[in-house]
Design a protein around this ligand. Sequence first.
Ligand code: C2O
Ligand code: CU
Length: 478
Amino acid sequence: METEKNISRRTFLAASGLGAAVSVMPTLVLAKAADKSFQLRAEPVGRKLVPGVAASSDLWLYNGETPGPEIRVKQGETIRVKFTNNLPEPTSIHWHGIRIDNAMDGVAGLTQDAVPPGGTFNYEFTVPDAGTFWYHAHNKSWEQVARGLYGPLIVEETEPVFDSEHDITLVIDDWQLNKDGSFNVAGLGSFGEWSHGGRFGNWVTVNGLPARQTIPVKAGEAYRIRLVNAANARVFGLDPTALGAKVIAYDGQALPEAVTLPYEPLLLAPAQRVDLLITPKAGDRLKLSAKGDLAMVAASGEQEMYFAEFVAEGEGDVVSVSLPKPNELPEPDLLSAKKVPILMEGGAMGQIGKIIYNGKEIKGQEIYESKQVWTFNSIANLSKKPLFQAKRGETVEISFDNKTGWLHAMHVHGHHFRVLERSGSNIDEGQPWRDTFAIGPDQTTQIAFVADNPGKWLLHCHMLEHAVAGMRTWFEVV
Ligand code: C2O
Ligand code: CU
């Protein structure tokens, strides 16, 4: 018998029990209330992430749950959230992907003051788009999100498309655990992680439960699987073809038609969502796996790595389904667009130029002390002046040029954009709407959107270590 001290990474994964598959549909606690008013508390919670064997983890969770409660509302409704901060440090909540009123965007230091320990804040906003969204802490996100402060926010179509039994949300995360199975608190803030690929976990959960969940489904019926990547830095490489799945939405925005991907894997970068349509046939056992993710495969030892297995019960024939309709978004006018170039530099093993931080150039030891190692147009983190201003209603076209040695997950607050073009890849056919896009080393990507939402908006890498170490900027719509 191994003692707790020398439990290996493989033992963790074994503890999740292949063979002892959990035949329970992971359910989330619904915060639903008749008047769409919800209560969220951020609080410290001791929780065993690895069943049975391991030590308890010092997590920070919403309402004691991981993920936080699933908030479900209908398109066009107004959500009211009474938020209480029971953490030992200030925090705020960001409603990721919602084209929201700026004052409710939850960015501590830009759109609101962080809520102090013991304090409260009332969030109130209308949700214009149906789709898969999520919420998470937005103060020291690299620590607060890593510790578990996130949950799904599902906006249902006004005309129901899938009933709740056929609408499955799976929130995926990777946690960095110590040898005894407890969450690695001491490792938070590591300069090595900030300057390289970010904080990676060695323990994967699906809705807070160990990966390899078994989910019963009915043969012949159609299901929407809503996937949310809540990891700080890990890009999950999915293999939807093994499920016979079609993609029906990216980042909360339904596609005009269901798409069978002509390539694999489907990359799900931090903060991205994808909705899949599956129609299992009798006898099917469909695995949602992490294809092509070598790090994940390594972490899982000899076991096959997958997130969930959909096991079809019954004999039904496949029915035809109606799909959600795309939301109405303002179409960019490229001819009159304001053009903004963003040169991405810094980090280990990439091109490093000047680093301007708090208005002055930093060098040598100052870089290590401030831990500011990534830049957009030579500026690390937020400066007093916005990166650009746009007039309300103006189209903005941003060209990103990634001269770093790493992949990044770029997120624009308050707007969805079309991915117009990406060098060296055809994976954005149809120029889909997104709120977060992945950009690889030496890649360029053009995006465009109509800046129709007044206020101060963040634009940052959603690899949360990169964001805090410089990859954040902001723009203003006036
Ligand atoms: Cu999902 Cu600035 O965040
Ligand atoms: Cu990044």
